[in-house]
Structures are given as C-alpha cells and as structure tokens.
Design a protein around this ligand. Structure first.
Ligand code: FES
Length: 135
C-alpha cells in the first residue's frame, strides 16, 4: 500500500481542559456513560498536512493526524496490537498504518484491517487556531 510520508511525532504536549461543561444523559436502567470533555492539545500548525503528532488530552495519550485534504482525525496514541507509536504511522484517507508491524486501522470506525483489535477514535476539531480533542 502506498501512503503519504509522515515524519516523527513531536514530543508529547500536555493538554489543557477547555472547561466546557460535559453533557450527561441518563438512560433508565443503564449506568451513565462517562462524559467526554474538550481539551486544547496544541496549536493548529502543530500538525502539518499529511502528518501525525502525539499529545496528551485530559491525561489520555492521543495521536492527532491532519490528512492531506485538511481533515483531522484523533485516536489513541498506542497501537492496540503491541503498543506501537501510532503518531508515527502513515495514513491515507481511509486507513492508518501502525509503524511497528504495519497493521492497518480504518478511520471510519477504528477496526483493524488485519483483525488485531480496534482503535478508540476521538472527536477532534480546530477552533480559533487551536486543536481541540474530546476525550
Ligand atoms: S504494534 Fe501496531 S501493528 Fe503491532
């Protein structure tokens, strides 16, 4: 598979909570799901097009990618197969490839193309020049 070149991840940067209140909706008969909170992890220019970077969002290590079309994706930083550094992986619009053993994971739902687990994906956006990840 041919994928765009990605450079090594920048050092992990501690995130800062935005402080926006989380919304919890109780469903009768179920325990409430933990609410995601928005965290500023860096500046928009910290993740150039076609590259990934590792950050910490609310104490969780995440990998943020900006695809060549400008879209942003965020996932857990450690590969579910054997802990590979996903921010150093290569990606195309559909699949992120872990640099350690080259298994692929779909951006659509986090599932592995090789059956080695599933990524946790996080909402990520750019707001006022800042990268915001919901964890
Ligand atoms: S650690 Fe990622 S594919 Fe093995």
């Amino acid at each position: 598979m041919s994928a765009p070149h990605l450079e090594a991840a920048a050092p992990t940067t501690p995130g800062t909570a935005l402080g926006s209140p989380a919304t919890d909706v109780a469903v009768p008969g179920t325990a409430p799901a933990p609410a995601a909170r928005a965290h500023v992890v860096g500046r928009a220019e910290d993740v150039p097009a076609g590259e990934g970077r590792a950050f910490v969002a609310g104490g969780v290590q995440v990998a943020v990618f900006r695809l060549r079309d400008g879209s942003l994706h965020a996932t857990q930083a450690a590969c579910p197969h054997a802990g590979g550094p996903l921010a150093d992986g290569q990606t195309d619009p559909d699949v992120l490839v872990c640099p350690l053993h080259l298994y692929g994971f779909r951006w659509s739902d986090g599932t592995s193309t090789g059956g080695v687990g599933r990524l946790t994906l996080y909402p990520v956006r750019e707001t006022d020049g800042l990268l915001v990840v919901e964890v």
